[in-house]
Design a protein around this ligand. Structure first.
Ligand code: DMJ
Length: 933
């Protein structure tokens, strides 16, 4: 495929039943670039600058791959903070995330074809030899079928595809004799027992040695899988069949896809997130384009491209139509219910959906791709990375970021489609942020919390498989790559499969699709895609003109959540009442509630309860609005509860050779200097004697003016703090005595006081779990002088930090007036007995489900702390929308006075409600991770 523009296929109908090779090429043409015709818009980037950035990507890859090979190989992954390999069973379990690890040198296999794309042919040759020599696929370990397929089978096939390409070129890999393919086939057979279900949907996990059925397998009792898990096999399995001639793989993957298609919700044409593999019932009926579903859609379109099978395109188009009708609310993509697709299922988006603009480019739908990508980029500019989940008003919902590549992927495809140098600048920012915030001396570490800049001891294999490939390709010219990238299709893990497979060993696909041809619905058969030749030369500012209206969507405006703003304004209708805008004393609002079938009940104890009876709504549309209002109210309050918990703190090692690159997640204390309100504290660390800090220190000279390290246990945290403070310490770090504990696996907590007045404690105190603590202890052993920064958010790791002068050793806390300290301790209020009692008297709104609300569901705003005043107080933390917030604040203060019956005002929350909420969040997140990494 040429770089020179739209190519002959785009913009013109393609005959049905076209030869597969033509169909494959035609679909792929939809992403053909306008690079060569771009003349205006963002300032063009010079060839030198592009080369410089390309070289920077190469250096970063070397840093990641080199450290993996040196310190972790043959383990599956590198742990970049502790600089060693992650071996399953030897580290505390992280739950389902570990199911990607099969003791098969995952990162090496996932990196194979990246080496060739990055022009490291020699290293590729070495890596292939290592895989053939060292990797064992017969381990007694239970792995995820989905992850093993996309990362390992895909990695082996990508490696094979490029090995044969190199061999044919005649210089490298002359010894290669399909050995990677043989391994891939062996692995393929190991995965097949997972498909032994009546539905044909695979079990989510399999034991590599014992399969599923045998008792030793320790798996096979699962009933559910995610849609993406069952629907993301066809590219690898079909490639394996076509490379080897063993048709069984393609047959199994097709059967699973056929079943999912059959089970789509027929009126909305959407699929749910999880499905019962035996009955085919939808287990989770929410539907989006992110976690749990994403690559199912991706594989339908790409299966059409790779295999030339019309039925896949028809299915994709049908789903795409539904996605654009219900889920796409430009620039947002919001989950809905498959049965009630006009109802949003969430008010937040997950980071995995960032691949979708790239898929829209492949489909040829450029405008919404540009819009969503721009929205995502603004979220990134705000938080440096895309948080795992973020709300519709762009606040952090899940603060982690495991260096996911989806946004880089979409950036690459958008650049190919538009040729707009803006996307090169976006790529440059991604590179800068990775180096500034994620780079550590031993690789790149996932972000544990994008707000604090703290790290997780984790570098996932997809970072090497995907991120470096897309970033390198973004800046590369055709001559920088030793083969023609456009002869290949990217799998979801960015492994490369050759398009010529469409004409190889195709007999079984013909056999299976004959009946489908007769059923094709031409009315929804989108054979064409926009012709970039026409789009861009006529309007070189096309992409920019789409981005322009969204310029401030994240930073300067306060989007009103899930409202379909455009639609309602266009029709002149009033937007429905949002939970966050609701005022209990606003007569207009009360009228709207009534229309929606929601009534306000004043409880005896002065609180107010909301109840919805859908049947009492004025119309079915009002009933739907009411249901959504109730859902929003629940989400809003649970979000506020989360926000009101103390966020984690950061311990950042700033001395040589770390220079701020290692950031550890720490728990705060309910006493001492509050780092969120005061300047950070910086100092050298010293261990206290006795190490538990439970009595007067015997080494005050060692801790004087320093940050004392103390071990947890044997006395109260406050007592330790007083002892080190008396010895002259300027801060303290309590390290967990529970060996192996880590904030990766245990929830952070606040160190409580001792029940007495703790105002006398002026120094900041932070808590580290044992694993994070031992990083500091190891550093002391190695470097003696170790300086750290205690703060609420890690400081930028500019190169200047290396030269930065040490600030005055004066203790910040000692400069704080007693008055200030008192006010801090008042604000960090403990949960009171009264609120504990309240919580036990009231039902938990968490149990409220959309189905429940059809009859009568209730929620107590006061129990959930959904005071409008507080709503705005908490949602304006980022300093935006201040005027509106202030207005509302004032308004609600007046309301409180005039409306004594409405007890909105409690700041404290019942502890069991916090815990229930917290647990629910953890479960939801675990479920999300389980569904898909
Ligand atoms: C990758 O393993 C694949 O892209 C997958 O489809 C989704 N998630 C990860 C990276 O985030």
């Amino acid at each position: 495929m040429s770089e020179a523009g739209g190519g002959p296929g785009c913009g013109f109908p393609v005959p049905q039943r076209a030869p597969w090779s033509l169909v494959a090429a035609t679909a792929a043409l939809c992403l053909v670039s306008a690079t060569s015709v771009w003349t205006a818009g963002a300032a063009p980037m010079s060839r030198e600058e592009k080369q410089k950035l390309g070289n920077q990507v190469l250096e970063m890859f070397d840093h990641a791959y080199g450290n993996y090979m040196e310190h972790a190989y043959p383990a599956d992954e590198l742990m970049p903070l502790t600089c060693r390999g992650r071996v399953r069973g030897q580290e505390p379990s992280r739950g389902d995330v570990d199911d990607a690890l099969g003791k098969f040198s995952l990162t090496l296999i996932d990196s194979l074809d990246t080496l060739v794309v990055l022009n490291k042919t020699k290293e590729f040759e070495d890596a292939v030899r290592k895989v053939l020599r060292d990797v064992n696929l017969d381990n007694d370990v239970v792995v995820s079928v989905f992850e093993t397929n996309i990362r390992v089978l895909g990695g082996l096939l990508g490696g094979h595809s490029l090995a044969i390409m190199l061999k044919e070129k005649g210089e490298y890999m002359q010894w290669y004799n399909d050995e990677l393919l043989q391994m891939a086939k062996q692995l393929g057979y190991k995965l097949l027992p997972a498909f032994n279900t009546t539905s044909g949907l695979p079990y989510p996990r399999i034991n590599l040695k014992f399969g599923i059925r045998k008792p030793e397998a320790r798996t096979g009792t699962e009933t559910d899988t995610c849609t993406a898990c069952a629907g993301t096999l066809i590219l690898e399995f079909a490639a394996l069949s076509r490379f080897t001639g063993a048709t069984i793989f393609e047959e199994y993957a097709r059967k699973a896809l056929d079943f999912l298609w059959e089970k789509r919700q027929r009126s909305s044409n959407l699929v749910g997130v999880t499905i019962n593999i035996h009955t085919g019932d939808w287990v989770r009926k929410d539907s989006g384009v992110g976690a749990g579903i994403d690559s199912y859609y991706e594989y339908l379109l790409k299966a059409y491209v790779l295999l030339g099978d019309d039925s896949f395109l028809e299915r994709f188009n049908t789903h795409y139509d539904a996605i654009m009708r219900y889920i796409s609310q430009p620039p947002l993509l919001l989950d809905v219910h498959i049965h009630k697709p006009m109802l949003n299922a969430r008010t937040w988006m997950d980071a995995l959906l960032a691949f979708f603009p790239g898929l829209q480019v492949l489909k040829g739908d450029i405008r919404p791709a540009i819009e969503t990508h721009e929205m995502l980029y603004q979220v990134i500019k705000k938080h440096n990375f895309l948080p795992e989940a973020f709300t519709t008003d762009f606040r952090v919902h899940w603060a982690q970021h495991p260096l996911r590549p989806e946004f880089a992927e979409s950036t690459y495809f958008l650049y190919k489609a538009t040729g707009d140098p803006y996307y090169l600048e976006v790529g440059k920012t991604l590179i800068e942020n990775l180096n500034k915030y994620a780079r550590v001396p031993c690789g790149f570490a996932a972000m544990k919390d994008v707000r604090t800049g703290s790290h997780e001891d984790r570098m996932d294999s997809f970072f090497l498989a995907e991120m470096f490939k897309y970033l390198y390709l973004l800046f590369a010219d055709k001559e920088d790559i030793i083969f023609d990238i456009e002869d290949y299709i990217f799998t979801t893990e960015a492994h490369l499969l050759p398009l010529w497979l469409s004409t190889t060993n195709q007999s079984m696909s013909k056999k299976n699709t004959t009946s489908e041809y007769t059923e094709l619905d031409d009315s929804n058969f989108d054979w064409t895609c926009p012709n970039t030749q026409i789009l861009f030369p006529n309007d070189p500012l096309y992409a920019q003109s789409i981005r322009e209206p969204l310029k401030n969507v994240v930073d300067k405006s306060c989007p009103r959540g899930i409202i379909r703003v455009e639609e309602s304004f266009r029709s002149g209708a009033k937007p429905p009442l949002r939970a966050r805008d609701f005022m209990a004393t606003n007569p207009e609002h009360l009228e709207i509630l009534k229309k929606m079938g929601v009534s306000l009940i004043h409880l005896k104890d002065g609180r107010v309860q909301l109840v919805q009876h859908a049947i009492q709504a004025a119309s079915s549309i009002d009933a739907e609005d009411g249901l959504r209002f109730m859902q929003e109210m629940i989400e809003l309050s649970s979000q506020q509860q989360k926000e009101q918990q103390l966020p984690p703190r950061a311990v950042q090692i700033v001395s040589h050779p770390f220079f701020g690159r290692v950031v550890l997640t720490a728990g705060p204390a309910q006493f001492g200097l509050d780092l969120s309100k005061h300047k950070e504290t910086r100092g050298f660390v010293a261990s206290s004697k006795p190490y538990n800090g439970c009595s007067e220190l015997t080494n005050p000279e060692a801790v004087m003016g320093k940050i004392a390290l103390i071990q947890r246990g044997q006395c109260m945290f406050a007592e330790k703090a007083r002892n080190i403070q008396n010895a002259g310490a300027i801060g303290g770090i309590v390290i967990d005595d529970n060996e192996g504990s880590s904030s990766d696996t245990a929830p952070l907590f606040q160190m409580a006081g001792d029940g007495k007045d703790t105002d006398d404690i002026k120094i900041p105190m932070l808590f580290l779990f044992s694993k994070e603590g031992s990083i500091i202890l190891d550093a002391i052993r190695e470097y003696e002088e170790v300086e750290v920064l205690l703060s609420d958010k890690a400081k930028d790791r500019d190169p200047e930090m290396e030269n930065e002068e040490q600030p005055s050793s004066e203790n910040d806390s000692q400069n704080q007036s007693a008055e200030q300290m008192t006010s801090i301790s008042q604000e960090v209020d403990l949960i009171d007995q009264e609120s504990l009692e309240e919580s036990s008297l009231n039902s938990h709104p968490e149990s409220l489900s959309p189905a429940d609300t059809d009859n009568a569901a209730s929620v107590s705003p006061s129990e959930q702390n959904s005071n409008p005043a507080e709503n705005h107080e908490t949602t304006s933390l980022d300093g935006e929308c201040t005027d509106l917030d202030n207005q509302l604040q004032e308004q609600s203060e007046t309301e409180e006075d005039s409306s004594p019956n409405v007890s909105w005002g409690k700041k404290v929350q019942p502890i069991d409600s916090i815990l229930a909420d917290w647990n629910e969040d953890i479960e939801a997140f675990e479920m999300m991770e389980k569904d898909e990494l």
